[in-house]
Ligand binder design. Structure first.
Ligand code: SF4
Length: 611
């Protein structure tokens, strides 16, 4: 079959045997599951042995592009990484920009499947149909920045690199996979790569992509680009401030948490986007992106002079900032830089450090437990040293780099003090101040995450906002966004662009790029988003997920916010979850009903997996 939008091939590499196979992309999978996250769900649901250890050779990594990845559509450089995650022992998918995804498609592949495990460090080199495994001995033990720099020097600047650092090699469930300054950050995918002894993937492609209807696609591309340029978000605020555009609004609404979710405010003035932006050196764009929300920040003086990072992102400014009662921006830049170098997820690492500071202040840990570091609130020296210990997994860093859920279990008195859902540390939004966010956290397929649904947009940012504290319409918003986000994370488009474009603009892009009848209307695409989420739900249920895990830490129900605009607020997420189950056509145990499985064409698959 001649493909449009898609490259049309699936590359599979078995690291145990060294075998490399190339197969045709399945057309039915493309029409039902679109690409990206959808392809990962379809492949992992059918092939991953139930209950497998995420760090065993049985686990698989699926790197999947979408039909728009590598096209001329704005912000279409996205790539999905799907696997079983070590932080949660459940489904994990991460989405990253940059240029690796487009390059993989130009080499001829929509999907790269990695199975098994090598006995010695290896890296995978892909040059069109010349695909080979080579020794990575000389790179093993190096950080991600050095690995990437050396590989580009060895192979050429136009080769794209995805790699892990020491944290992944040492199997930390906080380990990220880095792809040239962008991250597959959350949930420990770096440890899965490390367990397979796969240090890096290097790709260079010489092919191109065809469109089903180039004239109509070009017209829609221009319309979408205009929309992005004229939007106050993607045309102005985000290019200027990056993701930190949220800082003042989250402070003003009381959603920004501080001190390990103990407070809503800190003494003195909060950190603003303007202050962070003073450290920006320049902007950087992912593939084909006019928004250029990526910032290179650099510290020009003081003790962290010379520190730089692509960021810091809003979530990092929170994790190493307010979460740890710290307002020193150079420290935050240094912390993100060190996380990137070791290949660590900055959100989870900052979250752990704020949790340790809370434990220290309550007397649950002392200098005997911390290699002498004093975890008083805002102690930036302890913070930076802790990141190094976690990256190298040295001393107490061995335990710290296991994450908050693990630490709650081993620090006497600390049970219930951490902010995590299903083992994944929470991001920068207090669920007591955003009731819909509480539901989004409770029902996110990869644990505590804001990128499955970010309903704060509907609570405070639209013309007729729902408000932060009502429960009405929150399940509808969360379900709708989850299905939409899963579709977008399957398409190859960046979520930030999709926040601005309408489905009436996105659907024709998919139709004219691919020409596939299954992808030619907004209704079919949103149904695909629901199908993907439902299959991921079946995956998680098979891995042992139960309804009582669809919740948030109990302290958000029992401990009111003590200050700020949402003072006195708590949240009991149970009734929201129950209404959400109904809306999703799941039973009271959170299991998709037979009617729903039939409607989405998943009944046979579900039955086959239970045999
Ligand atoms: S909006 Fe930002 S994250 Fe998204 S593709 Fe553009 S530069 Fe990358």
């Amino acid at each position: 079959m001649e493909w449009s939008g898609y490259a049309g091939k699936v590359l599979e590499v078995d690291l145990t045997s060294g075998s490399i196979t190339i197969n045709e992309l399945d057309r039915d999978m493309a029409e039902q599951f679109v690409g990206g996250k959808g392809f990962g769900a379809s492949i992992l649901y059918d092939r991953l042995p139930a209950g497998c250890d995420p760090l065993s050779p049985e686990n698989m990594i699926v790197l999947a592009t979408g039909p728009l990845t590598g096209t001329s559509v704005a912000a279409s450089g996205r790539l999905e990484l799907c696997t079983k995650g070590p932080a949660t022992n459940l489904w994990l998918d991460c989405n990253a920009g940059g240029s690796f995804g487009p390059e993989l498609k130009y080499a001829g592949y929509d999907v790269l499947i990695i199975t098994g495990a090598a006995s010695e460090p290896v890296m995978l080199v892909i040059e069109d149909d010349d695909v080979r495994l080579v020794s990575a001995d000389e790179y093993w033990g190096q950080d991600t920045l050095e690995t990437s720099r050396r590989l580009k020097a060895d192979f050429g600047g136009d080769y794209r690199v995805t790699c892990i650092g020491q944290a992944g090699e040492l199997l930390s469930p906080l380990a990220s996979v880095q792809t040239e300054y962008r991250s597959f950050g959350r949930g420990g995918a770096g440890a899965v790569m490390g367990s397979k002894k796969l240090k890096a993937i290097v790709v260079n492609g010489s092919g191109g992509l065809r469109a089903a209807d180039s004239a109509k696609l070009d017209m829609m591309i221009r319309e979408a680009a205009n929309e992005l340029a004229n939007s106050p978000d993607t045309g102005s605020a985000r290019p200027e401030f990056g993701t930190n555009v949220l800082l003042s609004l989250m402070e003003y609404t009381g959603i920004h948490p501080n001190k390990n979710f103990q407070q809503s405010t800190l003494e003195g003035e909060p950190v603003t986007e303007l202050e962070v932006s003073r450290y920006f050196d320049r902007s950087r764009a992912c593939f084909a992106c006019p928004i250029r929300c990526s910032k290179i920040a650099r510290v020009k003086e003081g003790r962290f002079k010379g520190a730089f990072t692509e960021g810091p992102e809003y979530e990092t400014v929170w994790a190493f900032g307010g979460h740890c009662a710290n307002k020193d921006i150079p420290t935050i830049i240094e912390a993100e830089h060190v996380c990137d170098a070791y290949g660590l997820d900055a959100v989870s690492v900052g979250n752990v450090i704020g949790f340790l500071m809370d434990c220290w202040e309550r007397g649950f840990i002392t200098a005997e437990d911390t290699a002498g570091l004093e975890f008083t609130w805002g102690n930036v020296e302890a913070m930076i040293e802790a990141v190094h210990l976690m990256g190298k997994r040295e001393g107490p860093g061995m335990d710290w780099s296991m994450g908050v859920r693990y630490l709650e279990g081993i620090i006497p008195g600390a049970a219930g003090l951490g902010g995590h859902v299903k083992g994944l540390e929470l991001p920068a939004y207090d669920p007591r101040a955003s009731k819909a966010m509480a539901l989004a956290y409770a029902t996110s397929d990869r644990g505590g995450c804001h990128l499955r649904s970010w309903p704060i947009s509907e609570e405070v940012m639209v013309q007729n906002p729902l408000g932060q504290h009502t429960l009405e319409f929150k399940p509808e918003v969360v379900k709708g966004q989850q299905d939409f986000y899963s579709l977008i994370n399957s398409s190859g488009l960046c979520l930030f662009a999709a926040f601005v474009l309408t489905m009436e603009q996105i659907a024709p892009l998919m139709e004219y790029a691919t020409g596939l009848p299954g992808l030619d209307s907004a209704d079919k695409l949103i149904a695909a988003g629901e199908r993907i989420n439902t299959l991921v739900r079946l995956f998680n249920l098979r891995e042992g997920l139960t309804a009582d895990q669809d919740t948030i830490p109990d302290r958000f129900r029992t401990d009111p916010l003590p200050d700020g605009p949402c003072k006195g607020e708590t949240v009991d997420v149970a009734q929201l979850v129950s209404a959400y189950y109904c809306l999703r056509e799941w039973d009271s145990e959170g299991r998709p009903t037979e009617e729903l499985l039939n409607k989405l064409g998943l009944a046979e698959r579900s039955a086959a997996s239970q045999q």
